[in-house]
Ligand binder design. Structure first.
Ligand code: ATP
Ligand code: LTN
Length: 328
């Protein structure tokens, strides 16, 4: 069966863009393929300077992943730091990638430039080596990621091919796959930019844990345009089209069909809000249950850690053996 792996960092709260663009596909994919999903807390250390923060975000994200419907008996859901093989293979990867290759990563250039005079951790630079370990440890055939991550999958392939040619066939060479189209959610206040938790204000970003009142307010204030016709055209009417996309994604139907049912923006906004509220209601309910039951959450994560580690330790051993490190 095809093995799929994708991971998410525990930084900030999950929003509608993360859910409709990525996480919902994880849930749908779990019955079709053998899926592994990691909460990559070690990656978050590249920007962590305060005690307690990453752990708290990890718990919350884990509860959210189970609340949206990932089933620990079907999918392997694990926390990266619970599987020490990630760090161990990460070092091997650092020695299999060159300084020059890492220097060409656009994410490093962007992120380090943004931090300007701030502390730029060396981990921000070597991050793709750890990401390569995340992927190669699980013999993943497919890695579903957005465009921003394609370069990291490309470098992972290069690392795998180089290692295999140096030390013998060891790693599966993975492929990046682009998740189903139509799932790019735009900021409600700036509908030509993607919905993002790092926007200047939260007004255009709907978080999965927002209460119904907050969601209604964000949709009511959504930026549209000065016309009054409801029509689906992403280029000419980005705000209205985003609302139609969200309504379709949350409530069903196609954006173009839905456009014909509305004569005014107000009703469209109200219905989009209601559809999102209805979609999130059971998710929020399950999230709260899990957050109130830390023992159960821990149990679910332990199932994932055991399954993940079984696979990861076998691959790490294979890699050590291929290199010919002295066994103990
Ligand atoms: P930031 O908000 O800081 O830009 P982010 O919200 O993009 O971060 P990531 O952790 O980079 O969050 O992404 C997690 C997943 O969510 C990725 O697979 C990414 O492609 C997806 N994603 C993020 N924002 C959107 C969006 N607006 N529409 C669709 N998918 C999105
Ligand atoms: N770098 C990714 C998160 C990530 C990942 C992975 C994605 C870490 N390891 C392995 C896919 C496969 C990000 O920042 N979104």
């Amino acid at each position: 069966m095809t093995r799929v792996l994708s991971c998410i960092q525990p930084t900030g709260d999950v929003h509608l863009g993360n859910y409709l663009g990525a996480l919902r596909n994880w849930v749908n994919g779990q019955h079709e393929k053998d899926v592994y999903h990691g909460i990559v807390d070690l990656h978050a250390l590249t920007v962590t300077t305060e005690s307690g923060v990453v752990g708290e975000s990890t718990v919350s994200l884990a509860a959210m992943l189970f609340a949206i419907g990932l089933d620990p008996d079907v999918a392997t859901i694990f926390v990266q730091s619970h599987v020490p093989e990630h760090s161990q293979l990460g070092w091997v990867m650092e020695c299999t990638v060159s300084f020059g290759e890492l220097s060409r990563m656009t994410q490093f250039k962007d992120k380090s430039a943004k931090r300007e005079t701030d502390f730029v951790a060396a981990g921000l630079f070597t991050y793709p080596a750890l990401q390569a370990a995340d992927i190669l440890l699980y013999d993943a055939n497919e890695v579903p990621v957005g465009d921003d991550q394609r370069q990291h999958i490309e470098i992972t392939r290069d690392i795998a091919i180089r290692f295999n040619s140096r030390f013998g066939e060891t790693f599966v060479v993975p492929e990046a796959v682009t998740p189903a189209a139509g799932a790019r959610v735009m900021d409600l206040q700036a509908p030509t930019s993607k919905m993002s938790k790092s926007a200047d204000s939260d007004a255009g970003c709907v978080f999965l844990l927002d209460d119904p009142k907050a969601i209604e307010k964000k949709f009511k204030r959504a930026v549209t345009d000065s016309e009054s016709e409801v029509r689906y055209s992403v280029t000419e009417k980005p705000g209205v089209s985003n609302l139609l996309d969200i309504l379709a994604a949350a409530g069903g139907g196609t954006p173009a069909q839905l456009a014909e049912e509305y004569a005014q923006y107000g009703l469209l906004k109200a219905d989009a809000a209601s559809a999102v509220i209805a979609m999130l209601e059971p998710v929020q309910h399950r999230y709260r249950e899990l957050m109130n039951d830390p023992g159960e959450l821990q149990r679910l994560l332990n199932i994932g850690a055991s399954k993940a580690q079984e696979q990861a330790s076998a691959t790490l051993n294979r890699a050590y053996e291929a290199i010919g490190l002295l066994p103990r």
